[in-house]
Ligand binder design. Structure first.
Ligand code: SF4
Length: 318
């Protein structure tokens, strides 16, 4: 009966509730007391406490209730009722190798409406990728598909090598980007250039794009309808460039790339998948400008990307 996953046993010496507690006990307390009394009658008195599963910890960290008051038993029941052989989404067909929502703990994680991943396309030869990106840019045109066009100065499509092995994804244009029509050209852009240089690469050797291509007012986070409207263009850019590694810069980028909203640190430190590329997650340069202490952790993430690309950091000049 011992579960050896827990650290210390707890002796249940007297499962009987006090009369005061019994009077005020809620149904789950009464049920628990009855179950403990049953175990005691069997001679079982040692119990171990299991660690809280990570998805529940994440949900709690995000403010979700550990057990939603409205569905205290419905979610586990629904999961139990699901036949083991019931078809589940094929991760290979999703934009990333993410785990489909199936457990009650995962159901607690907030989700956002994310467009279906684009249909697979035949690989485009590197020589044809510039034209393919140009065709996509022409298709986007003078876009008015979402409300972000209203405050736009210049649409920021993307920048870099159309056949890059490494592709960075940011959130959306800021003031400098909106003025120039090029992603990551402000202070955050300078920091991103430095990060790229630290990897032993030049900016023109990578590709850079954003979740939304028009500047959100006041640099706010893109709203759900804006991300849902614009992110399919990003996904098609990734398909065309076909990088080996995608680095998501910040929470918004990884959320729209994967369709899953988790704390950033839950993504960092491991390799995920998006549209056939390896997905690595790190902080947005704007965040690193606000908190430079995080740069060392961003460097760890970039080193993970370098490992996947087989890159060595450049030698320091003495
Ligand atoms: S953000 Fe994207 S969808 Fe919205 S107007 Fe700009 S290009 Fe069009």
């Amino acid at each position: 009966m011992h579960d050896h996953s827990g650290p210390e046993p707890a002796q249940i010496s007297n499962p009987e509730p006090s009369s005061q507690a019994s009077a005020s006990a809620v149904p789950w307390q009464t049920a628990l007391t009855d179950r403990l009394r049953f175990y005691r009658d069997l001679g079982i008195t040692d119990f171990y406490r299991c660690a809280v599963p990570e998805p529940i910890q994440q949900a709690l960290a995000q403010g979700a209730p550990a057990v939603p008051a409205a569905v205290p038993t419905a979610v586990p029941t629904a999961v139990q009722a699901q036949p083991a052989a019931q078809p589940r989404p094929n991760p290979a067909a999703s934009p990333s190798a993410v785990i489909p929502a199936a457990s009650p703990t995962e159901a607690l994680i907030p989700r956002i409406p994310v467009p279906a991943p684009p249909a697979p396309i035949a690989p485009i030869p590197p020589s044809a990728r510039p034209a393919a990106l140009e065709a996509l840019r022409t298709e986007i045109g003078d876009c008015t598909r979402c409300k972000l066009h209203q405050g736009r100065n210049k649409l920021v499509f993307g920048d870099g090598d159309p056949a890059a092995r490494l592709l960075f994804v940011g959130e959306g244009p800021g003031a400098d980007e909106d003025a120039q029509g090029i992603p990551f050209v402000g202070r955050g852009g300078q920091l991103l250039n430095n990060m790229i240089g630290a990897m032993g690469l030049r900016r023109d050797q990578v590709y850079i794009a954003n979740v939304v291509k028009c500047r959100p007012p006041g640099n706010r986070t893109p709203e759900a309808d804006e991300g849902a409207t614009c992110s399919p263009f990003l996904m098609r850019q990734i398909q065309i460039v076909a990088p080996e590694v995608v680095v998501a810069l910040g929470q918004t980028a990884v959320t729209w790339l994967t369709g899953q909203k988790r704390p950033l640190n839950a993504w960092r430190g491991s390799v995920h998948q998006v549209l056939g590329a390896k997905l690595i997650v790190t902080f947005h340069p704007a965040y690193l400008l606000r908190d430079p202490n995080q740069k060392k952790f961003a460097w760890e993430d970039l080193q993970l990307a370098m490992r996947e690309l087989g890159l060595q950091p450049p030698q320091r000049k003495s």
